[in-house]
Design a protein around this ligand. Structure first.
Ligand SMILES: Cc1cc2nc3c(=O)[nH]c(=O)nc-3n(C[C@H](O)[C@H](O)[C@H](O)COP(=O)(O)OP(=O)(O)OC[C@H]3O[C@@H](n4cnc5c(N)ncnc54)[C@H](O)[C@@H]3O)c2cc1C
Length: 377
């Protein structure tokens, strides 16, 4: 489309700000309505695999991400005592770096700066209150009292997506997998020069992920009852109790886990919107459409790919409807691959029964998936 569009993005997280940057750089008029009051993000880190870094390069934020994070290339698998059993080089996509660990707040600041720098407007503490799509455009009222007409509204509003509820009711509400992730930021040990995955007894697994020269985070997944929440007074002890079978760098990292408030506990849920990701001129993207378990560290990577491919589809197609159809045709298979394999790996790692289809997928494994996902998106 040659004519600049007016696009409202609901949600200024990783995907929303990437889309805002990609569209504003192309000359479209973009506003991001973000519920949170400021540029904040949960204080742990995230892995940017090569395909995510490729998107960062395309929107001009790669150098800032690498500067703020910790670039790495080799995944190390260890036994429960921390003795290396395998070192697996990770692929690069089209010359992009292999992987980068980065603190989430740093990534949020980089993406917010890129979006506003490219000309997008980001309004915090704002959400959609009314929305009417009449086919030719979408009239939207925001909670800050403003209203405007848009050519396209994109819900990058996360796993709990209010916009998804507006389109599809509770049909695609997040499903809890029965597992939860515990994460804590600790000092980086010098030997942790890439992700270290320690496999332990009783199917437990602990990950150490470097995110700056000085910091890494320890992460582990366990089956937890739906209503379970860590005790605010002793969450650090509860994590240590779950990881008693580990020695080596995991045990060393645990000596720094002394503050219960530093433990970030995330229930792992999934969303699969089986109907089209758009209704008229309102689209769902990222976790709102296809949240997956974090086993492949690809959820945010899928969100930023969604963002860039949507911008490219709007470039290439003659109207919004054709662009949304082309975008979803390109995105759905890849997002579903990540979701299905992540679910299968989660079950395998936690000693749960897998289906024959999942057994087939598991032949690819995490290292194989990295190669599949380093191919063009
Ligand atoms: C434990 C764990 C570890 C993970 N590790 C990785 C990893 O290493 N690598 C990776 O690629 N992915 C990882 N992920 C997945 C990744 O965090 C998500 O897939 C990614 O954040 C999705 O981006 P998004 O933009 O779709 O949603 P989000 O980043 O969740 O952003 C949604 C935004 O919408 C806003 N919002 C919500 N409601 C409203 C509203 N009513 N109005 C306006 N705004 C609203 C929110 O405040 C938020 O800013 C992990 C996930 C988990 C749970």
């Amino acid at each position: 489309m040659a004519t600049p569009l007016r696009v409202l993005i609901h949600g200024g997280g990783i995907g929303g700000l990437t889309l805002a940057t990609a569209l504003a750089r192309r000359g479209h008029t973009v506003q991001v309505a973000e519920l949170r009051d400021g540029v904040e993000a949960l204080g742990v880190g995230i892995i940017q695999p090569s395909n995510a870094l490729h998107v960062m390069r395309e929107i001009g934020t790669l150098d800032a991400c690498l500067e703020a994070g910790f670039e790495w290339e080799v995944l190390t698998i260890t036994d429960p005592s921390g003795n290396p059993v395998a070192k697996i080089p990770q692929p690069r996509m089209d010359g992009a770096p292999s992987n980068n660990g980065i603190p989430r707040p740093a990534l949020a600041r980089i993406l917010a700066g890129a979006a506003t720098g490219a000309g997008a407007t980001v309004t915090h503490g704002t959400t959609i209150t009314e929305l009417t799509d009449d086919g030719a455009g979408v009239d939207v009222a925001l909670s800050d009292g403003t209203s405007a007409r848009w050519d396209l509204v994109v819900g990058f509003d996360g796993i709990g997506s209010p916009l998804r509820n507006r389109l599809y009711g509770t049909t695609y509400s997040p499903e809890y997998t029965g597992f939860a992730n515990w994460r804590v930021t600790v000092p980086r040990q010098p030997q942790v020069e890439g992700v270290v995955m320690s496999t332990g007894l009783a199917s437990a697994k602990a990950l150490l992920t470097p995110i700056t020269d000085d910091l890494m985070y320890i992460g582990a997944v366990f089956a937890e009852a739906p209503g379970f929440r860590p005790d605010p007074e002793r969450a650090h002890e509860e994590l240590a109790e779950r990881l008693t079978s580990f020695g080596g760098p995991v045990a060393e990292a645990l000596t720094h886990v002394t503050d219960p408030a530093a433990v970030v506990y995330s229930r792992i849920s999934q969303v699969t919107v089986e109907e089209p990701w758009h209704v008229g001129r309102v689209a769902l993207a990222g976790d709102a459409a296809h949240a997956s378990a974090p086993q492949l560290a690809q959820g945010a990577a899928m969100a930023v790919e969604d963002a860039l491919v949507l911008a490219q589809s709007l470039d290439a197609e003659g109207d919004v409807a054709a662009a949304l159809a082309a975008w979803e045709a390109r995105r759905r298979p890849r997002a579903m691959f990540v979701q299905s394999l992540s679910r299968a790996v989660l079950k395998q790692e936690t000693g749960n029964a897998t289906t024959p289809e999942e057994d087939e997928l598991l032949k690819i494994g995490i290292p194989g998936a990295a190669h599949v996902l380093a191919k063009p998106y």
